[in-house]
Write a protein that binds this ligand. Structure first.
Ligand code: ADP
Ligand code: MG
Length: 339
């Protein structure tokens, strides 16, 4: 464990009354270029990692410390594996080599690529991790973007069907040169999902785990629902609406997270795979459902599709609901939320 994590955990322990043996534990930390939060109800029934020998003598604060450390480590592990910015990541290896040969990858990354392919197919390519073939040419901090001619040149490399996955060999192969993939639209939801199941396996029944705009919930907040705020798209510290939720996940995609404005046009981090330009039909999309991975990818998907097509897609999927804020800042709810 890094010194920084240890220090932070020590601080957390001092914040907890040592005599309490049932309470909310909260912690936040930075990972994957965003803020992550974890909050859970810890009581005596919590059996940290099925370790019966520890159960009797392990102190309450130690349990909290171990669970938080486990959540942090899981998030950092996924970041190390899937970050496009880390040269050593499995994802970077794929981007370097998969256009030249089939690359053997972990079962975990293979499954996530498969899920991404599935969402691409069901969204008619609105969700497409090969968006990065052009996406990497945008730098929102430095306010730079690709010229129209470089977009036109690279556009054929945005094509999810050019990713060939072989389950038996556990390989990925690009059948087109110039393809790059990026999991920014799905990896945070996946990380939230992993951390929630880790807490669940330890016996936690009430928890919230978030990474940026992706939030997953276990149970309720002890007799009342969790309240998850959807950010106001144009006022940084305001909330547009609070949604009461239990045992579900919610993900928000907005055009205000990473962007710059040039000649009155907003260039932001959600890219329409058909044009290589930012998607501008709506300003915010939240998707609600059971599976944090799907919910994350679907919020990006619906953002690209816009109000009419995006809402039509969600209304066809019985397991998901959506809240869309359009360009006039009007709120729209999917059918299941209107009752
Ligand atoms: P955030 O990353 O702010 O939580 P999203 O969940 O909407 O927001 O994901 C946006 C990220 O998804 C972008 O930063 C980029 O990495 C990736 N992305 C952008 N456009 C697409 C697309 N059309 N298909 C798949 N992923 C995309
Ligand atoms: Mg998303």
């Amino acid at each position: 464990m890094s010194k920084v994590i240890k220090l932070k955990l020590t601080f957390l322990l001092f914040c907890m009354p040592f005599f309490a043996n049932a309470q909310w534990v909260k912690h936040s930390f930075k990972v994957m270029g965003t803020l992550s939060q974890v909050e859970f109800w810890l009581d005596e029934s919590t059996n940290v990692f099925d370790d019966p020998s520890n159960e009797l003598d392990i102190s309450h604060s130690k349990k909290a410390q171990r669970l938080i450390a486990a959540v942090e480590q899981e998030m950092f592990r996924i970041d190390r594996q899937m970050s496009p910015y880390k040269k050593q990541s499995e994802l970077s290896l794929i981007n370097r080599e998969a256009a030249n040969k089939a690359v053997i990858i972990s079962a975990e990354l293979f499954d996530l690529l498969k899920t991404a392919q599935h969402i691409s197919a069901m969204s008619d390519g609105a969700f497409d991790i090969t968006y990065a073939s052009i996406g990497y040419q945008y730098n929102y901090r430095e306010k730079t973007r690709p010229s129209q001619s470089s977009i036109i040149k690279a556009l054929p490399a945005i094509n999810y069907t050019a990713i060939t996955l072989n389950k038996e060999q556990s390989t990925v192969h690009f059948t087109h040169q110039g393809i790059k993939i990026d999991l920014g639209g799905i990896a945070k939801g996946y990380a939230v999902k992993r951390c929630l199941s880790l807490l669940k396996n330890a016996g936690i029944k009430h928890a919230l785990v978030s990474a940026g705009g992706d939030t997953g919930l276990l149970g309720d907040r002890h007799g009342r629902p969790w309240l998850v705020g959807i950010k106001h798209p144009r006022a940084e510290h305001k909330t547009a609406v609070n949604i009461p939720l239990e045992n579900e996940a919610i993900s928000t995609s907005g055009d205000y997270e990473r962007y710059f404005i040039e000649d009155g046009i907003r260039y932001h981090h959600i890219i329409n795979p058909k044009t290589g330009d930012s998607a501008r039909k709506v300003v915010s999309v939240s998707v609600i459902g059971q599976d944090p991975t799907y919910v994350d990818a679907l919020s990006t998907t619906v953002f690209v599709k816009g109000l009419v097509e995006g809402m039509a897609l969600i209304n066809k999927l019985p397991d998901f609901e959506a809240i869309i804020i359009d360009n006039q800042r009007r709120l729209h709810y999917s059918r299941g939320l209107q009752q």
